[in-house]
Design a protein around this ligand. Structure first.
Ligand SMILES: C[S@@+](CC[C@H](N)C(=O)[O-])C[C@H]1O[C@@H](n2cnc3c(N)ncnc32)[C@H](O)[C@@H]1O
Length: 274
């Protein structure tokens, strides 16, 4: 199925290829996917593995996934879904007031609406903890009225909210780890994601025996970090980057690194540079 949300840095376009890799690993006993940095979770939604763990530090995101998992009749019927700037700003205000008052039942629906109608599906909170992304002004945003397929899929998901370091990964899962990029836009969370966090993340991954796929920007320090930990490091050309300057013509090189996966399985992946 298509990912539920628009998400900055989403990996929808490599999802099918990673799905083929997942199938090869299934023959070796792998029976699920873990995404410690789920975001739009495009790999999991497209591949639809039999078991899935989705973790993210943004609580309105994991609350939405949890609500759809728990509620077989989740819908947008309790909110006004008109796609106008005026209505968007009203909904944003209700969402923020609900957080302050602790009455957040409608917030999953409001978060979904704002993801689809707000600017590029971005998530940003100001110092007061208020969601402050502006209206996207899209002609025809997708606003689903039937979430039952997502409910069916998310029923088999374990959804957690927190830092990746707290996540207990299932032994039989492939890990697809897609953290905020080095040198890139790290505005997903208040604390950002500096090089210290990048290093902690790489070491955290390397402490697992699971088959691991991780992506990042191919900066020299990231490439050497993953190489030093024994990962097989490859590059590919990004289709787009949220940090790339408009019309700069700059091709952003991305890194994709593998651990505990046979070279013959990596070789079959089509979008790699070498
Ligand atoms: C590049 S996005 C993931 C995109 C996803 N692969 C997709 O296809 O939509 C990175 C995600 O990491 C989350 N994140 C940032 N810091 C985190 C942390 N310390 N622990 C867990 N998640 C974090 C962000 O909220 C964001 O959703």
């Amino acid at each position: 199925m298509e990912p539920l949300l628009k998400w900055p840095g989403g990996k929808r376009w490599i999802a099918e290829e990673l799905g083929l890799l997942y199938k090869r690993l299934q023959n070796k006993g792998v029976n699920g996917i873990t995404e410690p940095f789920a975001g739009g979770a495009s790999i999991s939604f497209v591949v639809e593995p039999e078991n899935v763990q989705l973790n993210d530090i943004i609580s309105p995101l994991t609350d939405l996934y949890s609500e759809i998992k728990a509620n077989d009749s989740f819908s947008l019927s309790g909110i006004n879904i008109l796609n106008t700037e005026d209505n968007y700003l009203k909904n944003r205000e209700i969402f923020n007031q609900n957080i302050k008052s602790g009455t957040t039942e409608k917030n999953p629906a409001l978060f979904y609406y704002m993801n689809r109608t707000g600017y590029r599906g971005m998530v940003r909170f100001n110092k007061l903890g208020e969601f402050n992304i502006s209206f996207g002004n899209y002609a025809k945003p997708i606003l689903l009225d039937d979430f039952s397929a997502y409910h069916q899929f998310l029923k088999r998901a374990e959804i957690t909210n927190g830092c990746f370091q707290e996540l207990k990964v299932k032994q039989s899962h492939m890990i697809f780890s897609d953290p905020p990029y080095d040198d890139g836009w790290v505005g997903y969370s208040e604390n950002g994601f500096d090089m210290n966090k990048q290093t902690q993340h790489a070491h955290w991954l390397a402490s697992h025996k699971n088959p691991i796929v991780t992506t990042n920007k191919a900066t020299p320090r990231i490439v050497s970090l993953y190489k030093s930990l024994g990962f097989t490091v490859k590059t590919y050309s990004a289709r787009r980057s949220i940090s790339a300057k408009k019309n700069s013509g700059e091709k952003v090189k991305e890194m994709i690194a593998f651990l505990n996966i046979k070279p013959s399985d990596i070789k079959k992946i089509c979008f790699l540079d070498d």
